[in-house]
Design a protein around this ligand. Structure first.
Ligand SMILES: Nc1ncnc2c1ncn2[C@@H]1O[C@H](COP(=O)(O)OP(=O)(O)O)[C@@H](O)[C@H]1O
Ligand SMILES: [Mg+2]
Length: 542
C-alpha cells in the first residue's frame, strides 16, 4: 500500500507541471459528457411533440439545429481534450524518459551485472509507452465514461423510476461479474507480460552472442529455444484473446437483453400512458451510451494493468541508489591510496578478495600478476569505484573513497581495461592519427594507449592492455612507461617483459597477496614468482 503510494507520488511529480492543461482537459470532457446526454433528451422532445401534434414546424427546425450544434460542440471539445492529453502526455513521457535514463547512467556497475540490456531497454521504451497509453486513453476517458453512466442513471431514474431501477439492477449485476472476471484477466495479462519479457531478453542474448553461436554451430539449438519462448508467447496471446472473447459478447448480450426488457416493460407503460414514446426512445438511446463504457472496460483494464506493471518496473529502477558520490576532490596532491582489510564478492559469500591490504604511495609503480580469476581486475574495479567492498575500506589519504567525487577520481586515472572499447563517436578522435582503419583489437589497443597518453592524469592503470600488441609495440609502451616521471602506475600484465627494475610486483592468488617485492627481491626468494619468471624466460628464448 505504502509502496503504491510512493509510485503514485513519483508519477504525479511528473504530471504536476501540466496540471492546468489536465484541468482544461477535464473541463472539456465534462462539457462533452453534458452535450452527449442532451441529445437523446432533445430527440425525446421532438418525437413527443410530433406525436401529440403540439409542435410547430419552427420548433422542429430549431431542435434539429440545436442537435447539430451539440454535435459540433462535442466534436470541438473532444478534439480539444484529446489534443491536450496527447501533447501533455508526450511531454510527461519525455520528461520521465530523460530522468530515467539520467538515473540509469548513474547506477552502480552491479546493477548492470544483474540486469541485461534487453530488460533495461524495455523499461525505457515499452514501459514508458504503457504509461502514456494509460495517461491519454484511460485516465480522463474513464472519468468521462463514469460521468456519462452516472448521468444516464440519474436521467432515467428521474423520468421513469421503474425502468431506472431495472437498469440499475442489471448494471450492478454486470459490474459484479466484471469484478469476478478481473482475477482471470489479471492472470492472463501477467502471463502474457512474462512471456514477452522472456522472448525479448532471449532475442537480445542470442543476437549479442551471434558470433559464438555461428562459431560453435549452435544456430539450430538456439532456434529451438527461441521456438519454445515464441510458442509460449503465442499461447499467452491466445489465452488473452479467449478471455476477451468471453467478456465482450457477454456485455453485448446483456445490452440487447436489457433493451428487450425495456421495450417489453416500456411498451406496456406507453399503452397505459404512464410513459411517452419519446421517453422510451430516449431510454433506449441512453442504454447504448451506458453499455458502451462497460464494453470498453476490459480494454481499459488491460491498459491499466500494463500501466501499473510498467510504473512498478520504472519505480524499481528509480529506487536503486545511484553510485555513492562524495564531495572531496581527488587531484595531484594525493599521497597514498590504501586498501585496508578489504573483502569483496560479486555474488553473495563468493569472496573474490579476502582481507586484501595494499598501500599505493604516490609515484610508485606496481605490477599485478596472478592467474586468471585471481582478482586482479577486481582490484582495479574497486579502486575506480565501480563496486564497493563489503568489508574493510579503501582510503585516499586516510579518507574513505566514498567521500571523494567519483568523477574527480576517474578523470585522474588513465585507464585501459582488458575490454575497453574504443568509442566511435569520441568528439576529439580527429586528434589521433590513423584512426580510420582500425581492424583488429591490437589496433584498438594502440589507439587506446595513444588516447590515454594524451590525457592529463595522476594514476595510470593498464589491465592487460598490451596483451594484443606485438612485441615491438609492447616495447614502445614499456619505454613510454619508463619515461613518465612521478606518475603512479598499476599495470596488470600476462607477459613479464613490461616489468622495470624498481616496480613493486604483487603476486596474487585467490584474492590474496602471496608475494610482494621488486624483481630482484622475488628472484632471490626463489618462490612462486621465480617459477613464473623462469617459465616466461624459457618461452621467449625458444
Ligand atoms: N561481474 C562479475 N560478476 C560475478 N563474478 C565476477 C564478475 N567479474 C569477475 N567475477 C569473478 O571474480 C573472480 C575474479 O575475477 P577478476 O578480478 O576479473 O580476475 P582476473 O582479472 O585476475 O582474471 C573470478 O572468479 C570471476 O569469475
Ligand atoms: Mg582480469
Amino acid at each position: 500500500m505504502n509502496r503504491d503510494r510512493s509510485i503514485l507520488i513519483w508519477l504525479v511529480r511528473f504530471a504536476k507541471p501540466y496540471i492546468s492543461w489536465l484541468l482544461l482537459a477535464f473541463a472539456s470532457m465534462i462539457i462533452v459528457a453534458y452535450f452527449e446526454l442532451l441529445i437523446p433528451y432533445k430527440i425525446k422532445e421532438v418525437v413527443d411533440g410530433i406525436l401529440s401534434g403540439e409542435i410547430t414546424q419552427n420548433i422542429i427546425k430549431s431542435s434539429a439545429y440545436s442537435i447539430l450544434g451539440f454535435i459540433a460542440v462535442i466534436f470541438i471539445f473532444s478534439s480539444l481534450f484529446s489534443y491536450i492529453l496527447n501533447i501533455s502526455g508526450q511531454k510527461i513521457m519525455f520528461n520521465i524518459r530523460e530522468s530515467l535514463f539520467g538515473h540509469i547512467l548513474k547506477l552502480p556497475q552491479s546493477y548492470f551485472d544483474s540486469n541485461d540490456v534487453g530488460r533495461i531497454t524495455t523499461r525505457v521504451t515499452n514501459d514508458i509507452n504503457a504509461l502514456n497509453e494509460f495517461y491519454t486513453n484511460v485516465l480522463v476517458q474513464f472519468t468521462k465514461d463514469f460521468l456519462v453512466v452516472l448521468g444516464v442513471l440519474f436521467l432515467i431514474l428521474s423520468f421513469n423510476p421503474f425502468l431506472g431501477i431495472i437498469i440499475l439492477g442489471i448494471n450492478i449485476f454486470v459490474i459484479l461479474l466484471a469484478l469476478l472476471y478481473r482475477a482471470k484477466l489479471r492472470r492472463v495479462y501477467t502471463k502474457l507480460r512474462k512471456t514477452i519479457a522472456q522472448l525479448n531478453s532471449f532475442i537480445n542474448e542470442s543476437i549479442r552472442a551471434i558470433t559464438l553461436l555461428k562459431m560453435y554451430n549452435k544456430e539450430s539449438l538456439n532456434y529451438k529455444r527461441f521456438s519454445f519462448y515464441s510458442n509460449s508467447n503465442y499461447r499467452a496471446n491466445l489465452d488473452q484473446m479467449y478471455t476477451f472473447a468471453m467478456f465482450r459478447p457477454f456485455v453485448e448480450f446483456t445490452t440487447v437483453f436489457t433493451a428487450g426488457v425495456i421495450i417489453w416493460v416500456g411498451s406496456h407503460q406507453v399503452i397505459q400512458a404512464s410513459m411517452t414514446i419519446g421517453e422510451l426512445l430516449a431510454v433506449l438511446f441512453y442504454l447504448r451510451m451506458m453499455f458502451k463504457p462497460i464494453l470498453d472496460l476490459a480494454d481499459k483494464y488491460n491498459i491499466l494493468q500494463s500501466a501499473l506493471a510498467a510504473s512498478e518496473n520504472l519505480f524499481n529502477i528509480v529506487n536503486v541508489e545511484s553510485e555513492i558520490d562524495g564531495q572531496k576532490i581527488f587531484n595531484d596532491d594525493f599521497k597514498s591510496i590504501e586498501f585496508k582489510n578489504v573483502w569483496f564478492s560479486y555474488e553473495k559469500d563468493n569472496w573474490v578478495l579476502k582481507d586484501f591490504s595494499l598501500e599505493i604511495k604516490k609515484g610508485e609503480s606496481f605490477v599485478l600478476i596472478g592467474s586468471t580469476g585471481s582478482g586482479k581486475t577486481t582490484i582495479l574495479n574497486l579502486l575506480l569505484g565501480f563496486y564497493r567492498p563489503q568489508k574493510g575500506e579503501i582510503l585516499i589519504d586516510n579518507s574513505p573513497l566514498e567521500t571523494f567525487s567519483i568523477e574527480s577520481i576517474r578523470s585522474n586515472f588513465s585507464v585501459i581495461m582488458q575490454d575497453t572499447p574504443l568509442f566511435n563517436n569520441v568528439p576529439d578522435k580527429d586528434d589521433f592519427h590513423n584512426i580510420k582503419e582500425l581492424k583488429s583489437i591490437g589496433e584498438k589497443q594502440i589507439q587506446n594507449i595513444k588516447m590515454m597518453m594524451g590525457r592529463a592524469f595522476q594514476v595510470i592503470v593498464l589491465d592487460e592492455a598490451t596483451s594484443n600488441l606485438d612485441l615491438d609495440l609492447e616495447r614502445d609502451v614499456k619505454n613510454y612507461l619508463r619515461n613518465i616521471q612521478d606518475k603512479t602506475s598499476i599495470v596488470i600484465a600476462h607477459r613479464l617483459n613490461l616489468i622495470k627494475d624498481d616496480d613493486i610486483i604483487i603476486l596474487l592468488k585467490d584474492g590474496k597477496i602471496i608475494e610482494k617485492g621488486t624483481h630482484i627481491d622475488l628472484i632471490d626468494k626463489k618462490g612462486h614468482y621465480h617459477g613464473i619468471f623462469s617459465l616466461n624466460e624459457n618461452f621467449f628464448k625458444n
